[in-house]
Design a protein around this ligand. Structure first.
Ligand code: PBG
Length: 362
């Protein structure tokens, strides 16, 4: 054959790695960890094999496990000792996340990111205080959804009030962003290096930037969950962080899965409001959005490989249908190829361990 073009030439062993376009390193990864004020011992998270909720006393040990794999950053989520309608434990000085951050920053070199949201702290599970009247309607109805669980698709039963259209808004946006600014400041006061607001409220990034600056935290960056979709892939996270809405769902504030142009608009607003890192969430079902944000903006781009993306590979691997290590690596590599600089992933430790095994030991 008289072939001039033979792409296979570059796939031979000595050259293949040299011409590789995308690489993955432990320093690209952020490991989410769960600190739980309601337990004295580690509790395995059933739908996320290998992950646990740990008490504050174990938070440093948990972070040291992450660091031992070569991953340098963690994202701290908290499960508070009690919940109320506004989520006051989210900004308490002695809150679960604040206590954990103090210890982690005092005793380790980890870079500490914190999730800034209210859904784990409100008794109704929404990402901010409810609008006037809605709270009362909810209370009058009793427990809302009787088992307090949303359905698998992230929706739960009829909205409130019954028999009519759902209310068009559930969370009081402007009240929520004030509270979120307080949460971010309380995290910065405890020593958080980067705050990551995930509540999908309008003006959230601006309010947080203003709050941080006012309190002297001008140098604390904001990694915004800028393009955050209402996704059924968050299912297993509910087991982990106990933040499912007790009624209704998040479609009134999180983005519809079919919308890509809207993501650009959301990201542009966060940039205007002072976001430093732009996140897309989830990752694998939204690689096109990651690629678009990468093209349109020069800020660092992060992607959240969420709980459902983790759980589905584990479930398939347990059945012997997929190789867990290889599919996890390929997933993260694809997310980088799409344009992410940073990846939040429950695979962080396992993949980082795998990467260091492949590297020749010095
Ligand atoms: C809080 C928050 C959620 C996740 C991260 N931060 C839940 C949600 O928005 O419904 C989900 C992460 C995951 O599924 O891994 N708002």
């Amino acid at each position: 054959m008289d072939l001039t073009q033979r792409p296979r030439r570059l796939r031979s062993d000595p050259v293949r790695d040299l011409v590789g376009e995308t690489s993955l390193s432990p320093s690209d990864l952020i490991a989410p960890i769960f600190v739980d004020a309601t337990t004295d011992e580690r509790v395995p998270i059933e739908s996320m094999p290998g992950h646990e909720r740990v008490p504050v006393d174990e938070s440093v040990a948990r972070v040291e496990e992450v660091l031992a794999t070569g991953v340098e950053a963690v994202m701290v989520f908290g499960i508070p000792r009690s919940k109320d309608p506004t989520g006051t434990r989210a900004w308490a000085e002695d809150g679960v996340v604040q206590a954990a951050i103090r210890r982690i920053t005092a005793e380790t070199d980890a870079t500490v990111f914190t999730d800034v949201c209210l859904c784990e702290y409100t008794d109704h599970g929404h990402c901010g205080p409810l609008e006037d009247g809605l709270e009362a309607a909810h209370a009058a109805e009793g427990e809302g959804d009787s088992d307090g669980e949303a359905d698998a698709d992230g929706t739960s039963g009829p909205g409130i009030p019954h028999g009519h259209r759902e209310p068009t808004l559930t969370v009081d946006n402007d009240a929520a962003i004030e509270k979120l600014a307080q949460v971010a400041v309380s995290h910065a006061e405890a020593g958080a290096h980067v705050v990551a607001p995930s509540a999908s409220m309008d003006g959230m990034v601006g309010a947080i930037r203003e709050g941080l600056d006012r309190e002297g935290f001008e140098s604390v960056p904001i990694m915004s969950y800028a393009a955050k979709y209402r996704s059924a892939f968050y299912g297993p996270f509910r087991d982990a962080a106990d933040g499912a809405p007790s009624f209704g769902d998040r479609r009134h504030y999180q983005m519809d899965p079919g919308n890509a142009r809207e993501a650009r608009r959301e990201v542009a607003l966060d940039v205007e409001e002072g976001a430093d890192v732009l996140m897309v969430k989830p990752a694998l079902p939204y690689l096109d959005v990651i690629a678009d944000v990468r093209r349109e903006f020069d800020h660092p781009v992060a992607a959240y490989n969420v709980s459902g993306e983790y759980a589905m590979l584990h479930a398939a691997a347990e059945n012997g249908w997929l190789d867990l290590e290889e599919t996890a690596f390929e997933s993260l590599l694809s997310i980088k190829r799409a344009g992410a600089d940073l990846i939040l992933t429950y695979f962080a430790e396992d993949v980082a361990d795998g990467l260091s095994e492949k590297r020749p030991q010095a």
